[in-house]
Design a protein around this ligand. Structure first.
Ligand code: NAG
Ligand code: NAG
Ligand code: NAG
Ligand code: NAG
Ligand code: NAG
Ligand code: NAG
Ligand code: NAG
Length: 481
């Protein structure tokens, strides 16, 4: 019996443990306490700016005036005149989400009052100060069946220190007499509305989250799937989001022959957030290109830089293949260059390596434009680079690690590939690498969105993944008018 209970308990525990994944995430993001505080600070500032646009629902009710019955009143057209929002308190709530609290909020409102007593209608304006409002709410975070981040307001408390109200116009002098009994009503009515308003705002936010796509196009040929694989993993000082982070070709939604491995994204001490990008994620993009047949290029003589002494024609290639100009005198050539496998990146401590296997099929172009096959060269090439971020730009230096070349097949008989390899090596070192390195020396700007800019970013390449730890500057969205 005890064993059975124990088994059940274990089973429940396993079912509840969020880290049990069937697929390892390709991309992870960690939001720290610092990031949470900054985000809430921006949020509060945005709220402060936009409080005057908040729609305040009308309040109405009846006040008893003793034996004389009751007066029906309505407070309408309430607008915020002034508001003072103190810095909110925010914290992560382990395994749940985020707790937000605010104390000592004061709001000054103005509006119109209307009363109806028997057949007498009266009205005027009023000023209302609501003092020392306190509220605290828990935002529970999760992910839905599509892998979208979702949130609900699971707990809410509110309190009001007091209200001051002044009526103007009409028989307001009479009204003012009832203010004390009235105040209680108003205070209660307002307090009753705080949590529903918070709930409503969270729902609005939640609807916004539901609109964020979990799959989108990044280039003409590439899309990325980034659903959450599990609910956010909230700990006392940070929150981790685990995304699938897999790239696919727009036209061929096929899985690569490799899969994501586990990696641990360290807490980015001192930064607001960190993003971890796995080797898998990068390689899935290469696979997408490769499987869609996009890693192919035709090279013709006019693409060879002017300064190159070697031209893409059978005369020029006579230096490497003596029989070629004899068999096909003075014809232009075409090289079909293609990868024979998915180019693979491997990330090691401070070292990004890219290995490419490819072939190059050579043709000569006959005067009638038919292509006559000549030979095929098989190549393996590997580059290594140190990558870093400086001034919010991705920079680095790429070096050639290794380059091998063999003759795969030949329609013109065998030939030695040594001098051809040396010439290609020279081309890579004198033409390709300087071009790439010039680009990496200038730097590639790290992607930013209209509202979020990354600052103080640091890139670190670790075993199996690269980590970008960063602070952010958020410019709140332009308020909708
Ligand atoms: C998120 O969505 C899932 C599936 O619809 C639901 O079970 C869960 O309660 C939601 N969680 C939150 C925090 O809204
Ligand atoms: C390369 O040239 C061949 C022969 O002309 C052609 O069939 C092929 O489509 C071209 N490939 C690319 C990527 O341009
Ligand atoms: C081939 O290249 C050589 C230089 O190596 C040049 O003199 C010759 O004109 C070129 N022939 C053709 C057909 O382009
Ligand atoms: C980087 O890694 C590759 C392969 O893992 C290795 O060949 C190369 O020497 C390394 N480069 C540096 C600078 O450590
Ligand atoms: C083009 O020229 C080559 C070489 O002269 C010849 O073998 C081939 O049959 C010709 N092709 C056509 C379509 O005329
Ligand atoms: C390239 O690498 C593959 C796999 O590592 C190997 O089978 C092949 O022989 C290599 N080719 C050359 C030209 O080095
Ligand atoms: C370069 O490639 C050759 C042949 O594939 C291999 O034997 C050698 O280990 C490679 N060197 C490095 C540094 O990767």
């Amino acid at each position: 019996m005890r064993l059975l209970t124990m088994c059940c308990f274990l089973f429940v525990l396993l079912a509840l443990t969020p880290r049990v994944l069937t697929v390892d995430p390709g991309v992870k993001a960690v939001l720290t306490d610092k990031g949470l505080h900054y985000a809430s600070h921006v949020g509060a500032a945005f709220l402060q700016e936009n409080m005057n646009k908040v729609n305040i629902p009308d309040i109405e009710g009846d006040i008893s005036i003793g034996l004389l019955g009751s007066v029906h009143y309505r407070l309408t057209g309430m607008t915020v005149v002034q508001v003072n929002l103190p810095e909110p308190t925010v914290s992560f709530l382990e395994s749940t989400g985020v707790k937000v609290g605010m104390d000592g909020v004061n709001i000054a409102l103005q509006g119109k009052w209307h009363t109806h007593y028997t057949f007498i209608n009266d009205g005027g304006t009023f000023n209302l100060a609501v003092l020392n409002i306190g509220m605290s709410a828990v935002l529970q975070l999760g992910s839905d069946e599509h892998g979208q981040l979702n949130m609900t307001n699971s707990q809410c408390d509110s309190s009001i220190g007091g209200t001051q109200i002044n009526f103007h116009g009409g028989a307001s002098w009479l009204f003012q007499l009832f203010v004390n009994s009235f105040k209680g009503f108003i205070t209660e009515e307002i307090q009753k509305r705080i949590c529903p308003m918070i709930k409503q705002s969270v729902e609005t936010l939640e609807n916004g989250l539901a609109d964020i796509p979990v799959s989108f196009r990044v280039t003409q040929n590439l899309l990325v799937d980034i659903p959450l694989l599990v609910s956010p993993i909230v700990q006392s000082s940070d929150m981790e989001l685990d995304f699938k982070g897999e790239f696919y070709s727009v036209n061929h939604h096929t899985e690569p022959p490799f899969s994501a491995g586990p990696f641990e994204l360290p807490q980015p001490a001192g930064f607001m957030l960190a993003v971890g990008l796995s080797e898998f994620s990068i390689n899935s993009a290469f696979y997408a290109y490769f499987s869609a047949g996009l890693l192919k290029v035709n090279i013709t003589d006019n693409m060879i830089p002017k300064f190159s002494p070697i031209r893409l024609n059978t005369t020029s290639f006579g230096i490497f293949i003596p029989q070629l100009p004899k068999m096909f005198p003075n014809l232009l050539m075409l090289l079909q260059l293609y990868t024979t496998n998915t180019p693979m990146t491997s990330l090691r401590s401070d070292n990004v390596t890219l290995s490419v296997s490819g072939s190059s099929k050579a043709y000569c172009i006959q005067p009638n434009n038919t292509l006559t096959p000549l030979f095929r060269l098989d190549m393996n090439i590997s580059f290594s680079s140190k990558l870093f971020i400086s001034e919010e730009k991705l920079k680095g230096l790429v070096v050639l690690n290794n380059f091998t070349l063999t003759l795969g097949s030949s329609e013109i008989g065998p030939f030695q590939t040594g001098s051809l390899r040396d010439a290609l090596l020279k081309g890579i070192k004198m033409f390709l690498l300087p071009k790439v390195n010039a680009k990496l020396n200038t730097g590639i700007p790290v992607p930013v969105t209209k509202n979020i800019q990354l600052v103080n970013s640091v890139l670190k390449v670790n075993e199996g993944f690269m980590e970008i730890a960063t602070d952010a500057v958020i410019s709140p969205p332009e308020p909708r008018n």
